[in-house]
Write a protein that binds this ligand. Structure first.
Ligand SMILES: Nc1nc2c(ncn2[C@@H]2O[C@H](COP(=O)(O)OP(=O)(O)OP(=O)(O)O)[C@@H](O)[C@H]2O)c(=O)[nH]1
Ligand SMILES: [Mg+2]
Ligand SMILES: [Zn+2]
Length: 276
């Protein structure tokens, strides 16, 4: 919304942050795209933030006045183990994985794994941005929410976004490209799909290193393990070697996919190693 009284007055309004570039942010406000200065702000502003901006007559351009409280904040852990904010106010994560290095031959090889996730009621969409296969399904799944794409570098997140919106295709070339000339995404970028839907393309992850402070959080990522943990004998069961562990019983009974349990164990050990 833009409130403008007269050209000599301060103008301003609210908007959504499309991208944050360190020195400034790109804001979508009432159909305009504004480059706003941060004017000495301490708090990091990220893609997806709702902000108010002002443009006083004496200023060189618009700047950010305030950030609205966030519903949530997605962070990644940088090489030094510090949390780095990526995007805020997200409704859903879409985890992008490439089947065998993007073989467009199909997803037969990973069907059994997809089955595991589908059984956990996670929506799995098989999609190829180059052939366009599955793109309609993908598009439909994005309707009515703000979706953040996450996944390893090079799996095709930006290619999916480019196939969805012409606006993205035009911008990718300038926003990306690393020293080796690869088109790798360097900052999260919001693309509006319609009045209620948006997709955010984010930089890929190369390694995953969870913050050591969140050891117990390993379990949270595995909904089936988390749900069963209430039946473990010990309230703080780690589901490793403890007696009376409902999780291990379920693995033996094949109610939990062994592969999922193995992933849990691997993650748990990684947390343990990182813990002070
Ligand atoms: N064969 C095939 N290649 C693809 C497909 N999608 C992407 N690629 C190629 O894979 C490479 C990496 O794709 P990107 O879309 O840049 O990957 P990304 O996930 O955005 O990577 P980061 O920005 O580094 O995280 C590009 O060379 C694409 O052309 C696909 O569906 N099939
Ligand atoms: Mg990318
Ligand atoms: Zn247990």
């Amino acid at each position: 919304m833009v409130e403008q009284q007269a050209s000599k007055d301060t103008i301003g309004g609210t908007g959504t942050v499309l991208a944050s570039y360190g020195r400034g942010v790109l804001v979508q406000a009432a159909g305009m795209t504004l480059h706003c200065a941060l004017s000495g702000r301490k708090q990091r502003i990220v893609c997806g933030d709702r902000v108010t901006w002002v443009y006083p007559p004496s200023a060189d351009g618009p700047s950010i006045q305030s950030i609205e409280p966030r519903r949530n904040l997605i962070e990644r852990i940088d090489a030094r183990g510090r949390a780095e904010p990526v995007a805020a106010n997200i409704d859903r994560l879409a985890i992008v994985v490439a089947a065998e290095h993007k073989l467009d031959l199909g997803t037969e090889t990973i069907r059994p794994e997809l089955r595991t996730y589908r059984d956990l009621h996670m929506n799995c969409i098989e999609v190829a941005s180059q052939s366009g296969a599955g793109m309609d399904d993908f598009k439909r799944s994005l309707t009515g929410s703000v979706t953040l794409l996450v996944g390893q570098s090079g799996v095709g997140k930006s290619s999916l976004v480019n196939a969805l919106t012409p606006e993205a295709a035009a911008q990718t070339a300038e926003l990306t490209r690393d020293v080796e000339g690869r088109h790798t995404t360097t900052t999260a970028r919001w693309y509006t799909l319609d009045a209620n839907s948006a997709i955010i393309d984010a930089p890929g992850v190369r390694d995953f290193a969870p913050p050591a402070s969140l050891v117990r959080a390993a379990e949270r990522g595995f909904i089936e393990i988390h749900q069963l943990s209430v039946n473990c004998r010990f309230k703080d069961c780690r589901h490793m070697e403890e007696p009376g562990c409902a999780v291990r019983t379920a693995v033996v009974a094949q109610e939990i996919a062994p592969r999922r349990y193995e992933s849990y164990r691997r993650l748990f050990r990684l947390y343990e190693k990182l813990a002070p």
